[in-house]
Write a protein that binds this ligand. Structure first.
Ligand code: GAP
Length: 507
């Protein structure tokens, strides 16, 4: 398991998974580019999601909406008025923070008066997760205890937003030693604004969508009228979303441009609870089936005070990243809030008529909303391993075969005796079905290592025996085990292996 994000960031750069956007100009914070291996990995994740949630089901249809929509959509959804994060500025450093990401430690610390009594509660701010705050505090507390020769009690972490104004003034900004440098929290709308057409006037303002979901609601009637769908059914969409995040961080985890994979599942109000339970479980299992270990995944139900006012239940699927447990996907029971809002703002009837029961009503919605970039990052973290092979440490990405960017590499053992020609013929044959890679350069051991780092599950090698008995070797990435197969059966053998059929010799 990966413990240090820097190792992954550097592997992603070195092997062409992920690059900082516009890097030759110094990059731009919160934007990332996917390189040749990364684009295949992310596409495989999106394809797996689409296949499992749309193609394989009878109750789901797809949609691909425009990124810029009529701005009334965002008034109806509540994004114009309410899609904001509380933000604070530090007057001393000019840094800007998300107020909900500042945790303070209220620590009666070992600044003692002459009687040895603690004299004041000290509040220090720290931009970060509660785990990061706790770690920081522990270090700081140990240092203070040493300095004053005092034992230091258990530190406590408090969200900055929970402090009253008088206490906020005592807070030391995350990057200063001064108190009271942080401004009062202010709402900062996260939508990117632009102008449509030639005039840059208020009447031409439009927004880059901050979620794909609203395009689905806005098209609900179109789909019902044309799609031959009957309740319960879902509409799925994969596409880019944009949020002007105050603090993009943790590699691609919080970006300003990212891709979502969202489902709005419409059902009768009296069945919404069951569908919510169904999607909560089904989505959790999807990550496990594709290789995320269940002990690093968590299904966390929101506390009542975390729920949006229209939601009766929401759960987050979280993954234990090296930087802490963080959200991969949210599953929300949204009631009839969205369709009702769009009815109100558009004046159009978005109710549904149930032909069987002869009833008209506004459907309720269960929304599983996932991030393609966060899923990609989680699969990368999970796949990353360093192990010992032949006395050497190798780095390997143990992707599930469905997700691996390259499914197989084909090598001639050496560049003579007809081996390259034979290997290339196999490569051409396999390429019609899978993303495969041909490589004849360098020592065979090095070529295997390079494929291990790219996460390629199988390597096929033509060697001197191939000309004698028409067999080739197959090497398995995870066990490094090799065995021989008939050359003519290479395509079938690879298909079987990618579908999870047992590797010879496996118990
Ligand atoms: N329609 C509901 C919705 O958008 P959300 O929790 O704001 O809900 C859903 O976003 C998912 O989109 C998140 O679980 C995450 O995977 C992804 N996501 C949200 N903001 C992101 C960001 N700044 N960078 C990368 N992914 C993000």
């Amino acid at each position: 398991m990966l413990d240090d994000m820097d190792k992954l960031v550097s592997l992603c750069k070195r092997r062409g998974f992920i690059f900082p956007s516009s890097e030759i100009y110094g990059g731009i914070n919160g934007f990332w580019d996917y390189g040749p291996l990364g684009v295949e990995l992310k596409r495989n994740i999106k394809d797996a999601w689409w296949r499992d949630n749309v193609r394989m089901r009878d109750d789901m249809v797809g949609l691909d909406c425009s990124i810029i929509m009529n701005p009334r959509v965002w008034e109806a959804s509540g994004h114009v008025g309410g899609f904001s994060d509380p933000m604070v500025d530090c007057r001393a450093t000019k840094e800007r923070y998300r107020a909900d990401q500042i945790f303070v430690f209220a620590h009666v610390y070992a600044m003692v008066n002459h009687k040895g009594e603690p004299t004041e509660a000290w509040l220090a701010g720290l931009g970060g997760t509660p785990e990061e705050a706790a770690e920081y505090i522990e270090k700081k507390a140990a240092k203070l205890a040493k300095r004053f020769g005092q034992p230091v009690g258990a530190p406590s972490v408090i969200p900055y937003l929970k402090l009253d104004q008088a206490d906020r003034e005592k807070v030391v900004g995350p990057a200063t030693d001064e108190r009271g440098t942080l401004t009062e929290p202010r709402a900062f709308n996260l939508m990117f604004k632009t102008y449509v057409g030639a005039l840059e006037s208020e009447s031409n303002v439009a927004y880059l969508r901050p979620e794909t979901a609203q395009g689905i609601f806005a098209n609900f009637k179109n789909v019902v009228d044309t799609g031959r769908v009957k309740l319960p059914f879902g509409i799925a969409q994969v596409g880019k979303s944009f949020r002007n995040e105050i603090n993009p961080r943790n590699f691609t985890f919080r970006s300003r441009e990212f891709e979502q994979m969202e489902i709005e599942f419409f059902c009768r109000p009296d069945q919404a609870k069951e569908w919510y339970a169904y999607w909560r479980e089904t989505r959790f299992q999807w990550y496990i089936d594709l290789g995320l270990k269940s002990d690093r995944l968590r299904l966390r139900d929101h506390d009542p005070d975390e729920l949006a006012f229209y939601s009766t239940a929401t759960a987050d699927i979280e993954y234990a990243f090296p930087f802490g447990l963080s959200e991969l996907e949210g599953i929300a029971h949204r009631g009839d809030y969205d369709l009702s809002q769009h009815m109100k703002f558009s004046g159009k009837d978005l109710s549904y008529f149930d032909e069987e029961r002869k009833e008209r009503f506004t459907p309720h919605v269960v929304e599983p909303s996932a991030g393609a970039d966060r899923a990609t990052l989680a699969f990368l973290c999970e796949a990353y391993a360093e192990d010992q092979v032949g006395g050497e440490t190798r780095t390997v990405l143990r992707f599930h075969p469905r997700l691996a960017p390259v499914k197989a590499a084909i090598f001639p053992l050496v560049k003579r005796d007809g081996m390259p020609e034979a290997a290339e013929a196999i490569y051409r044959d396999l390429k019609r079905r899978h993303n495969v890679f041909y490589d004849e350069k360098g020592a065979i051991g090095r070529r295997y290592r390079r494929q291990d780092e790219a996460g390629t599950p199988f390597c096929l090698t033509v060697d001197s025996q191939s000309a004698v008995d028409d067999t080739i070797t197959i090497r398995d990435r995870d066990s490094c085990r090799q065995w021989r197969i008939p050359k003519a059966g290479a395509c079938q053998a690879l298909d079987d292996l990618l579908e999870g059929k047992a590797i010879p010799g496996d118990a």
